[in-house]
Design a binder for this molecule. Structure first.
Ligand code: PBG
Length: 326
């Protein structure tokens, strides 16, 4: 007897009906970079197709994405001034805070605004925490993270996403938000964030490369997966509402593990290097950009992601509408 698995393959309608993985534009989050200045809309060389906006121009980027069907955004700030305590991160008039107010005024609640809470872009040394004797000081960094989150929420952020990988961050943010009457604001924590070379293009885009050393003392070692689970469980115990695994493609096993083990939504962050690799290989004619984008995305959801943070959010929304994935 021949056992026919081909039967499901013959017809497009049946293939779509029996897909095990469903992808909705509702689950996509689009990263946007906001830099200091006025009337600026500039290409980001390391991220072809992505644009850096000044706070007064960022509504244009939001509008383009909203009209493509993307509703959620993750804002990153690129400040002009940096210092040893990251003041521009929690300045009420910082770039992200201004952008939040402008986007809110332009689009009300039509845009769901998540903000990345980290100090590295705002620190003269480019590290995610305060530095003493060339070492990151975990605990004294926490109040600054909390101040940053609060200033974002006051300016209109719907959800904060701490990415600095300091222990105790989620608890510190939760306490600060609750104390100021923001107990409804969720925290999406970068819980399983690896020390990754895939962040290279982002660091160019955001000017956040560390001036000395690397991030290996606070971001995770790519050889470990139990540690990802441990850190994620700690973040959930501290009050994380959504957890992020990052990067995505080289860490599909981590996404799958978190999905199996935790009971909060799992977000995957397909990072700048993943995007840039696809763009560069496609520009050289080595791969088909559209199909590689679709296939990579399907694999991230197949691994277990509920949510995907991706620079391809607009293109993916179109691909989902066409039925090429989703
Ligand atoms: C800030 C931060 C980084 C990314 C997101 N938040 C850079 C880093 O940790 O060096 C990377 C995102 C990307 O590569 O797309 N800490």
């Amino acid at each position: 007897m021949v056992i026919r698995t081909r039967r499901l393959r013959g017809c497009e309608t049946l293939r779509r009906m029996t897909r095990e993985t469903r992808i909705s534009p509702d689950s996509l989050i689009y990263p946007l970079f906001v830099r200091e200045g006025k009337k600026i809309e500039e290409d980001i060389p390391s991220l072809p197709g992505q644009i850096r906006y000044s706070p007064d121009a960022v509504a244009k980027g939001v509008e383009a994405a909203l009209s493509a069907g993307v509703r959620s955004f993750l804002l990153f700030g690129v400040p002009e001034t940096k210092d040893e305590s990251g003041f521009s991160a929690y300045d009420e008039n910082g770039v992200v805070q201004q952008a939040l107010r402008n986007v809110r005024t332009a689009f009300g609640k039509d845009a769901y605004l998540v903000t990345d809470v980290c100090l590295c872009q705002y620190m003269s040394h480019g590290h995610c925490g305060l530095i003493e004797n060339e070492k990151v000081v975990n605990d004294s960094t926490l109040p600054l993270m909390a101040k940053t989150a609060l200033s974002h929420v006051r300016a209109g952020s719907d959800m904060v996403a701490p990415s600095g990988m300091m222990d105790g961050t989620v608890a510190a943010l939760r306490a600060a938000l609750d104390a100021e009457g923001f107990s409804d604001i969720p925290i999406m924590s970068y819980a399983a964030k690896y020390a990754s070379a895939f962040y290279g293009p982002f660091r160019d885009a955001a000017g956040s490369s560390p001036a000395f050393g690397d991030r290996k003392t606070y971001q995770m070692d790519c050889h470990n997966s139990e540690e990802a689970l441990k850190r994620t469980q700690i973040d959930i115990a501290e009050g994380a509402d959504i957890v992020i695994a990052k990067p995505a493609l080289p860490y599909l096993d981590i996404i799958s593990k978190l999905r199996g083990e935790v009971n909060v939504p799992v977000a995957a962050y397909s990072v700048s290097g993943e995007y840039a690799m696809i763009k560069a290989a496609a520009a050289s004619g080595f791969i088909d950009e559209y199909n590689v984008m679709c296939e990579s995305t399907a694999s991230i959801y197949r691994a277990g992601a509920h949510i995907l943070i991706t620079y391809f959010a607009k293109e993916l929304t179109a691909a989902i509408k066409k039925g090429d994935i989703g």
